[in-house]
Design a protein around this ligand. Structure first.
Ligand SMILES: [Zn+2]
Length: 492
């Protein structure tokens, strides 16, 4: 098996990857908060995780990937104070919180398919794992790491000497971690484990009684009173449930290092005495036109914005491959357009090659394949690997070998070139090689359900969009006269 090296954010060193169990890898990737559509900056993180997973699979590991769906409101992101974004989105649209989170979860799945992101093996939802979150808080309470103030139960970072170990930040220099006023907190970095529901109208948001009614829609009983979990605890709880502690690889955006991942590490460390994950991989930010991406600048672009500029999801994926995941990448519509042009050329080349007669090929020992893999094995250097990819058409290989080599490289790059050939192999991972059974990924069934719901509600525009995405992913939807439907896998 090829040795892989990654820069571990924990310790800031390039390390040889060494799994806990031989041949197997557990990956936890911090997923979307589903109060809105994920933007292209979010997708840089999800595509980075997908590339890591594909590389591990290509060298022979059996991967178990878990991505959480944050479907309870949290105090995240752009400076908002004390707002539950899921509930605010629900209130603004006159829908229930569940409507909102289901809707945006399905859109997230659809976007992921369009970007050719392999489905994770588990997509645990925070609201389905309240019990597991409460159990960790009970363990933390028992170990004396918690204290109670008016709005919730908090983690006392001063009692956990290792706090700051991931980001290397000194606690005394650290600003308030949670997005609440330091107020009654003992230390600025202390963070909420359990938040209490507001007890009266006055203590809720200034927007009035409707907001309070909605707020009570997402609350649970706990040993400390009715309320809801803090954001960080869900990742400690769900990663442990599906992967065990410690697990191999934790991925996320660089914005998670200083607060969210530091807090995940502290919670699990204080509750169990174990380091949550061995290898921490963080991707850098996507800049927009050389600056920050933010709601106030109106540049939190989604795949819809790209589509309006005739930039396909896979062209965006191609754009990302041009930069190392640990470098900031500047997105402009001009650079994305250039990626679209190059991707179209690649696709045209594949369709030309596939019409030529091929014989048996053996590219695995070819220097270009070895070089391609060695670039990726060096901390996922996609930019260098892409340069090798572009040398293939000019190489001494036969046409069929060139095509096979590109398809093999693309099993990691993920531009879905196999879909352009008759020997479609991109669905291979859905087929159990022993039983021959086809597993329809959760993303696909969720999208098919969303399509059926949209159709039943008379929203044919959304229904058709979902059908198009399903078709792109290789599935045909067959509507039965009685209103039921069937999914047919086209490519097999
Ligand atoms: Zn997380």
């Amino acid at each position: 098996m090829i040795s892989l090296n990654f820069l571990n954010s924990f310790g800031r060193k390039l390390e040889l990857f060494n799994p806990i169990k031989a041949g197997k890898v557990g990956i936890y990737s911090c997923g979307p908060t589903v109060y809105g559509r994920a933007h292209i900056g979010n997708f840089r993180a999800f595509i980075t995780a997908d590339l890591i997973r594909r590389l591990l699979e290509a060298v022979g590991y059996e991967v178990n990937q878990v991505m959480n769906i944050t479907d309870v409101g949290h105090l995240v992101g752009d400076g908002s104070v004390g707002e539950d974004k899921v509930l605010l989105a629900a209130q603004a649209s006159g829908k229930t919180a569940l409507d909102i989170t289901e809707h945006f979860t399905n859109i997230f799945f659809a976007d992921s398919i369009a970007l050719n992101i392999l489905p994770a093996h588990h997509y645990p939802r925070a609201t389905n794992h309240i019990k597991e979150q409460i159990e960790i808080i009970i363990a933390l309470e028992k170990n004396n790491y918690t204290y109670k103030i008016t709005d919730g139960i908090y983690f006392d970072t001063s009692k956990y000497p290792a706090y700051g170990e991931l980001s290397g930040q000194d606690q005394s220099e650290k600003l308030s971690g949670a997005r609440v006023e330091t107020g009654d907190k003992k230390n600025p970095a202390d963070f909420a484990l359990w938040k209490f529901s507001p007890v009266s109208d006055q203590e809720a948001t200034p927007t009035g009684t409707q907001a309070i009614a909605l707020k009570r829609e997402m609350e649970w009983d706990s040993p400390w009173g009715i309320g809801f979990p803090g954001w960080h605890i869900e990742c400690s709880a769900m990663s442990a449930k599906y992967l065990g502690v410690p697990f191999d690889i934790h991925t996320g955006g660089a914005d998670h290092v200083a607060v969210h991942h530091e807090n995940e590490l502290a919670q699990t460390g204080a509750a169990t005495g174990l380091r949550l994950a061995n290898l921490w991989i963080h991707n850098e930010f996507l800049l927009i036109d050389g600056g920050k991406m933010s709601k106030s600048l109106n540049n939190t672009y989604t795949l819809s914005d790209l589509a309006q500029h005739n930039i396909s999801p896979l062209a965006f994926r191609y754009l990302l491959l041009n930069a190392h995941y640990r470098s900031q990448l500047n997105f402009t519509f001009e650079s994305a357009q250039a990626s679209q042009t190059t991707l179209t050329k690649i696709q045209t080349q594949v369709t030309t090659w596939k019409n030529e007669v091929g014989g048996p090929v053996n590219y695995q020992t070819h220097p270009l394949w070895l070089k391609f893999m060695s670039e990726l094995a060096n901390d996922l250097n996609t930019a260098a690997a892409l340069a090798v990819f572009h040398q293939v058409p000019k190489s001494d290989l036969t046409t069929s070998a060139k095509l096979e080599l590109w398809l093999a490289m693309d099993s990691i790059l993920g531009l879905n070139l196999a879909a352009l050939t008759s020997n479609n192999t991109n669905l291979a991972n859905q087929v159990n090689s022993e039983s021959g059974q086809i597993t329809i990924p959760a993303q696909i069934t969720a999208l098919a359900t969303a399509r059926a719901n949209a159709r039943a509600a008379g929203d044919y525009v959304t229904a058709d969009q979902h059908r198009a995405t399903l078709t792109q992913a290789g599935y045909e939807v067959i509507d039965n006269p009685d209103g039921s439907y069937a999914l047919k896998l086209n490519a097999i």
